[in-house]
Each structure stands twice: as structure tokens, then as C-alpha cells.
Design a binder for this molecule. Structure first.
Ligand code: FES
Length: 138
């Protein structure tokens, strides 16, 4: 009798946990809410009909990133000219003004620097008649 052990060909991904963090009405469009979930401080953003979750820690020196200004991306087509794009999709760290994309957690000028971002869903639970909930998957 022979036995075989299958080699693992890929790393097992850690399972995610759901954290109900707010009611939809707690985070009106264009705003954010700071929450605690899974032992972490997060900023939950409502941008153009979608919800995004960022870890509330700046990768530079650890400031509470999500307490920073939510703003637009400033672009310049040429000297003396500038425009605003992606209103409400950028957060500026309150300590040294580094800017991050709320949708990805990546720093605008150097995307290799980032804070964690998490998937967010809006869910209705069968056991309640309450409104939809915002759920972070960590
Ligand atoms: S701590 Fe955020 S930019 Fe320095």
C-alpha cells in the first residue's frame, strides 16, 4: 500500500472576516467615518456611490491619516495652469501633507508607499428590517 501527500502548490490565503461598521445613512455621500474594526482604526469613505476603507495610519510617520482633509487631485497641464480632478478621492495626511488615493491606499506621487485598503460591501441582513449596513472585509 502506498500513500501520497500532495505538495502544496500555492500559499493558502488567510480568510477574511466581516465587520459591520456602520449603517449606510451614517456615511452620507462625500463624507467619511472613523471606526474600529478587527482591532484597527479605519476610515470609511463614501465616494461617488461607493464605499472604501483605509487603515487610519500614514505609512510615513504614523499619523492618523483619515483625519486628514479629503480633497481633489491637483493636476497641471503646464506652467501656471492647474486643474482639479477626482474630487473627494484623495486624502491628505494632517502631519506632512502626503496625499493618498482613497480607492487604493496608494500615495499619489509614489504608489509603492501605501496604507492598507480593504474591500467594502453594502449588505442587508435577513434577520433585521433595518437599513443596509456597510461591511469591511479584513
Ligand atoms: S505622517 Fe503622514 S505625511 Fe508624515
Amino acid at each position: 500500500m502506498t500513500s501520497s501527500i500532495k505538495p502544496q502548490t500555492s500559499l493558502q490565503r488567510a480568510s477574511t472576516q466581516k465587520h459591520v461598521v456602520a449603517k449606510v445613512s451614517d456615511i452620507p455621500p462625500g463624507t467619511r467615518k472613523l471606526v474600529e474594526a478587527g482591532g484597527r482604526s479605519l476610515g470609511i469613505y463614501h465616494v461617488n456611490g461607493q464605499f472604501y476603507a483605509l487603515r487610519n495610519v500614514c505609512p510615513h510617520q504614523g499619523a492618523e491619516l483619515c483625519k486628514g482633509l479629503t480633497t481633489a487631485l491637483v493636476v497641471s497641464p503646464g506652467p501656471g495652469q492647474f486643474d482639479y480632478e477626482r474630487e473627494g478621492e484623495i486624502v491628505r495626511c494632517p502631519w506632512h501633507q502626503w496625499e493618498f488615493d482613497i480607492k487604493t491606499g496608494c500615495m499619489i506621487v509614489d504608489p509603492s508607499k501605501r496604507t492598507m485598503s480593504y474591500d467594502v460591501t453594502v449588505e442587508k441582513f435577513d434577520v433585521t428590517l433595518e437599513e443596509d449596513s456597510v461591511v469591511v472585509h479584513m
